[in-house]
Design a protein around this ligand. Structure first.
Ligand SMILES: [Zn+2]
Length: 308
């Protein structure tokens, strides 16, 4: 079995947040751009309450999505044609590009116990599944997208770990091949908040299926580490405890935006969800104490690279 945690630690906790980009509340929705005064302020509150907690901020290089669902309804109803078009308005290229938001980049870089990783280049795709950026592209097309995504991060001066959560969870084989060739350490593709917890449980919901539900793994023939997501706002305290008693990785997910155009993200960062995590983490700390490794996907990846 993969050696993924230090000796003496029975289980681990990590926390990741998707869709981080510079949009402010004066835009269509806030996604971190209000800094301390917005959703990231709530995340900081949770981090302050739990001095061992770490967070991975999955950040998009040049976010262009406005609506996650089609607004061009007529076009969206015509099979064969709808796949060829963007079915909702998009931000103009560069509007949310990290290179154009130095204050935002500085805020992320200075956030304590926060690491930044990738969450796509534009976070949009033609056709019905707008947020699922990586779909049917060729490996060559994925190479172009990844090259640009990496360039933007470099040029913006953002400090990052070499991991990615693909928008909408989808990670096709050709993308994984390109991630390996670009020396990525990890991909966080599978989310499964329904499958019952056991040592042998496999991911079977969104993203890559058949990988361990409560442990990191190395994807077959890909030379890249995979992390599952197994907990979100509507998961129970019992589920968290089952993961820990099975010596697993409790992998908690949130999305930075709570409301988008009448669409509500169940696991969006708001006071209610942060309060729930506060209660959960306090409870786990009391019950398991030093048996727990409070860590991050970047840190676990380093451990795996150094110990396997
Ligand atoms: Zn996303």
């Amino acid at each position: 079995m993969l050696n993924w945690k230090p000796p003496g630690k029975k289980a681990a906790i990590c926390f990741t947040i998707d869709d981080i980009h510079p949009a402010k509340s004066t835009d269509f929705y806030e996604a971190g751009g209000d800094l301390e005064k917005g959703a990231l302020g709530l995340v900081k509150w949770l981090l302050d309450r739990h001095p061992k907690l770490k967070v991975t901020l999955f950040t998009t290089a040049d976010w262009r999505e406005i609506s996650p669902v089609p607004t061009r309804k007529v076009l969206a109803s015509i099979p064969g044609l709808r796949e060829k078009f963007y079915l909702a308005r998009r931000w103009k290229k560069g509007t949310m590009n990290l290179e154009n938001h130095p204050e935002f980049v500085q805020f992320l870089n200075e956030m304590e116990r926060a690491e930044i990783a990738y969450h796509g280049l534009y976070h949009v795709h033609r056709g019905l599944k707008i947020p699922v950026e990586f779909q049917d592209q060729s490996e060559e097309e994925f190479k172009v997208i990844l090259d640009e995504m990496l360039r933007v991060f470099q040029s913006a001066g953002i400090e990052y770990v070499k991991g990615i959560c693909p928008p909408g969870w989808n990670a096709p084989g050709a993308l994984l091949d390109q991630l390996s060739k670009h020396d990525f350490d990890f991909v966080a593709s599978a989310r499964d908040i329904f499958t019952a917890i056991s040592k042998d449980a496999k991911t079977n919901m969104s993203g890559i299926k058949g990988e361990p539900l409560i442990y990191p793994s190395i994807l077959k023939n890909k030379k890249i580490i995979h992390f599952p997501t197994n907990f979100q706002a509507n998961s129970t305290m019992e589920r968290a405890k089952e993961i820990i008693t099975n010596e697993g990785l409790l992998s908690i997910k949130a999305h930075i935006v709570k409301y988008i155009f009448g669409y509500t993200a169940i696991d969006g960062v708001d006071e209610l969800y942060m309060n729930y995590l506060d209660v959960l983490l306090t409870n786990l700390e009391q019950e398991y104490g030093d048996d727990l490794w409070w860590t991050s996907m970047g840190e676990i990846s380093e451990h795996i690279k150094n110990n396997n």
